[in-house]
Ligand binder design. Sequence first.
Ligand SMILES: [Fe+2]
Length: 180
Amino acid sequence: MRDVTLTDIFMHPITQKYLKRSGIAHALEVANHSFHLAFKYNVSVDLATKAALLHDIGHYEWYRQGKWDYELYRENDIHAIKGAERAHKLLIRLGESPQKAKQISVAILLHTDSYLPEIDVNRSPLQKVVKLADEMDEEKGGGHHYKQIDYGTALQKIQYLDKLVDQYLPKQQLPHEKTV
Ligand SMILES: [Fe+2]
């Protein structure tokens, strides 16, 4: 039994407010990809789907005269840092354990290289899964951020993913540190 489900996270007003900026459809796609990749990399489907759902929660709106300004965004974006912090606060508030909240938060912090100086990051399997899942849904020109989905359909998809996580999590044979 999990303390916090994807549905709990998804329905929270904080998630709804911030995920709309980067696109709920994208967040759901990345959560689905992460679920499948979690088996390949032998990481918890619970952690992988939560980190994926929340990976873009840190976006700021880079609007200039009503349009998204990519130049401003590229120069000043820190959405992975902001998202890691925002997700951590939300997860703790919902009752997630500090151990899980930390792992999810750090995976969000490292899901992109876009804001990092040129260093080689040696990612853990969980961190790799979230980064790869995000890349799998990427479209040219940031199209993945504009895909639309209505609330009811999104909720159904997230509830279905919760069912899959509940079904497969107990069957996973994970190294101890990845099961917390
Ligand atoms: Fe993303």
